[in-house]
Design a protein around this ligand. Structure first.
Ligand code: ZN
Length: 382
């Protein structure tokens, strides 16, 4: 049976810009009309959903989720489970980018693709990255370029690890080759071929990305470095990278141990960068969902671990607006239009006619997620 046509009435639209009150008509998985008052034609069966002044915002776009599970850095007992579709929907995430991490031995791209496609069966738009932390890059077909050209689900490469003891310590030329293959594969397939770079705790931070951009014909926009709020020194390096035309990603999931070790909460980091005049069009938030967040004792012994939650994405939005006093439309692009553009997802991240019908209804008072529409169908709430 085809999905019903859905008419969302009386929504306060943040597209992400504030566009005031409107009705939205959703059919065939797309937004087909937005107007102050929509009267559906006769003979058209329509399910009405009265938003009653709730805020309609684009479904969140999460740039990094370990959808097939992650972790394992403290032995097999520390592997984390695969993402459940209900957890993504409850978190307001309707589009996500799945990646491997440290473990590309027991975790495979085949399994990653299968996990993404399983999420697709629940109305989520789940894409994947080829590669892992490792260099030379592990791929599905034998090359980054072939993976991007031949496998529709692959949007780019990552997370390639730099400045981290868990990475392969790649040099400038190796990084340039990865970006070049991603760029050319992307060009051939009509994709952006973005390379997501995991930046670790080492003091060199973004130095390699600056070097590769200076010495090779790879634009700064080919890279999307993540975890840049992991410590103050790295966050301070973000300004120079943004000034060079690069984009950055801030990680919303956190733990008491990480905060004690100097992590800057993503909401605080975002507000700081925006107030300093950096463009929200080049700053995204991602959850790093299903990653392992280890707890250590004072001697560095592993006490246990938590699984990073995708709900941290929405919590960071609420925190930036309600605690830091930012306007919703100033912050919202970091979870919607910006990551959609960085991954080249032309029908995601905005509410407009012709875009995919992925949207959330938020409480105007608390910003709580009260309904989630993904792939044109109401998945929860209403
Ligand atoms: Zn990472």
């Amino acid at each position: 049976m085809p999905d019903p046509v859905l008419l969302v009435r009386n929504a306060r639209m943040y597209v992400p810009e504030d566009r005031g009150m409107a009705d939205l008509l959703l059919a065939g998985g797309r937004i087909v009309a937005i107007a102050p008052r929509i009267e559906p034609g006769r003979g058209l069966e329509v399910v009405e959903l009265d938003a009653a002044g709730r805020l309609a915002v684009p479904g969140f776009v999460d740039s990094l989720v370990h959808v097939s599970g992650g972790g394992g850095e403290g032995g097999f007992g520390t592997r984390t489970p695969a993402l459940q579709p209900a957890d993504a929907i409850a978190a307001g995430v309707t589009t996500l980018v799945g990646a491997l991490g440290t473990d590309d031995v027991t975790r495979s791209h085949a399994d990653l693709l299968a996990s993404c496609r399983a999420l697709g069966a629940h109305g989520l738009s789940a894409y994947a990255l080829t590669g892992s932390y490792r260099v030379p890059v592990r791929t599905l077909t034998g090359s980054v370029r072939d993976d991007l050209v031949l496998v529709p689900d692959f949007l780019g490469v990552g997370e390639i690890a730099i400045a981290d003891h868990r990475g392969s310590q790649p040099n400038v030329d190796e990084l340039a080759r990865i970006a070049a293959d991603a760029r050319v594969g992307g060009l051939l397939a009509g994709k952006r071929g973005t390379v997501l770079v995991h930046v670790g705790d080492s003091a060199e931070g973004l130095a390699l990305l600056h070097d590769v951009t200076t010495r090779h014909a790879v634009p700064a926009s080919q890279w999307h470095p993540t975890h840049l709020n992991r410590n103050r020194a790295l966050l301070d390096q973000s300004a120079a990278w943004l000034a060079r035309g690069g984009s950055i990603d801030l990680t919303t999931s956190t733990s008491e141990d990480l905060l004690a070790a100097g992590e800057v909460p993503a909401a605080e980091a975002l507000v700081e960068l925006l107030r300093a005049g950096h463009p929200v069009a080049r700053i995204s938030l991602s959850s790093d969902g299903q990653a392992s967040l280890p707890h250590f004792d004072a001697e560095g012994r592993l006490l246990g671990l938590e699984v990073a939650s995708m709900a941290s994405l929405h919590a960071s939005l609420v925190s930036a607006v309600q605690q830091s006093g930012m306007a919703l439309e100033a912050v919202l692009p970091a979870l919607t239009a910006t990551p959609a553009a960085i991954w080249g997802l032309g029908r995601k991240g905005r509410l407009a006619v012709g875009m995919d019908a992925d949207l959330l209804l938020l409480s105007p008072r608390t910003l709580a997620i009260e309904a989630v529409v993904a792939g044109g169908r109401l998945r929860t709430g209403g």
